[in-house]
Design a protein around this ligand. Structure first.
Ligand code: 13P
Ligand code: SF4
Length: 348
């Protein structure tokens, strides 16, 4: 971890000189230096998701990663304050796991279209409709939804979590496309109760019950994007996040969590890649893997992840804002579902 403005500037310059103008890098380095000082004074730890903008991602975080890795770190840290450079549901998960710590989200909103797609009441209604069927909930949900859940999952362990529940039916919420991808990988037939009248539902055979939530970023990638890239660059390796539509995931060469995609590039550092995920991530991967060629065809940014900047992170530590709170009765129930997921772990 850098200790002086010069070293942070040089560290940023080494990684980002081709993507960020020099004057901006100097400014960002100064802000990063102030963040690191305050972080020490406050006994804080900074966790950053792989989608954070490059200047932040390459300067201040103590830990970077996908949702599963960050929730593990949030559970393990002994710092007094956790600054979560990610979106609200991630910061809530940190609070669920570390209730005695102050958890700060640098931007007040930083939501998620998946988390907004389902309420705790929706889950209760589904449980009444399918009594006894276990409920798996993607971590991209708010605490009250997690509290209604048997077990959580992330994109890196969804298949493993579903398989841990045996062969019977499963309710998998709320991402329609992740559900479709997991259903296919586990060889199950999926239905969406909101699209089927109850009378017909009683006659149907199903093993996987989905919900119609979508990630507003990943739902926009198409098979045509892949075909266009392959036409121009026949050797391109296409990496797709499992929140992409199933036909897109099928047409890709590899699908995995944000960290799994990063690791794929690290294992094959000389390839040419198209990453079907939030744009900042390709910038971050490129900065750390200069021999990898990332096709700059990305135009889709997550407006929620993009709310978090170095400036907000500084203000967050200065003013101890915005503090995440989860009511204790909800937290205790949500904790069971998250802790059960962490016990099961990731794919490897
Ligand atoms: P990961 O767990 O793969 O990092 O995904 C989080 C996310 O929000 C993807 O859109
Ligand atoms: Fe939510 Fe999609 Fe943004 Fe991830 S990329 S935080 S799933 S809206």
């Amino acid at each position: 971890m850098p200790t002086t403005t010069t070293s942070i500037y040089e560290q940023l310059k080494a990684r980002l000189r081709d993507t960020v103008p020099d004057a901006e890098l100097r400014l960002k380095a100064e802000i990063a230096e102030r963040i690191l000082e305050l972080k020490r004074e406050r006994n804080a730890v900074i966790l950053a998701h792989n989608y954070m903008e490059p200047a932040l991602f390459h300067s201040v975080p103590d830990f970077k990663g996908d949702s599963l890795e960050l929730s593990r770190k949030a559970a393990e840290t002994d710092a007094e304050v956790i600054v979560f450079c990610g979106v609200r549901f991630m910061a809530e998960t940190a609070k669920i796991l570390s209730p005695d710590k102050m958890v700060l989200l640098p931007a007040k909103k930083a939501g998620c279209s998946l988390a907004a797609s389902i309420t705790a009441e929706d889950v209760r209604n589904l449980k009444a409709q399918f009594p006894g069927v276990p409920v798996v909930t993607y971590v991209n949900t708010y605490a009250d939804v997690k509290a209604e859940t048997d077990i959580c999952c992330t994109s890196s362990n969804a298949v493993k979590v579903v398989e841990s529940l045996g062969d019977g039916p499963v309710i998998f919420l709320p991402d329609e496309y992740l559900a479709g991808n997991v259903a296919r990988e586990t060889g199950r037939r999926i239905i969406f109760p909101t699209k089927i009248p109850q009378a017909r539902l009683d006659e149907l055979e199903y093993q996987f019950i989905g919900w119609e939530g979508r990630c507003e970023v990943h739902e926009r990638f198409t098979v045509e994007d892949i075909e266009n890239a392959r036409r121009q660059f026949p050797d391109v390796v296409v990496l797709a996040h499992p929140e992409c539509p199933p036909e897109v995931v099928s047409a890709a060469d590899f699908s995995g969590s944000t960290t799994a995609m990063i690791q794929y590039v690290q294992r094959n550092p000389k390839g040419r890649y198209l990453m079907l995920t939030e744009c900042s991530m390709a910038d971050n991967v490129m900065a750390e893997n200069p021999d990898a060629e990332m096709l700059r065809m990305c135009s889709i940014r997550c407006p929620h992840m993009n709310e978090i900047t170095l400036e907000d992170t500084l203000a967050s530590l200065e003013n101890l804002q915005y503090q995440i709170e989860v009511p204790e009765d909800i937290r205790v129930r949500a904790h069971r579902a998250v802790a059960r997921m962490i016990e099961i772990g990731s794919k490897d």
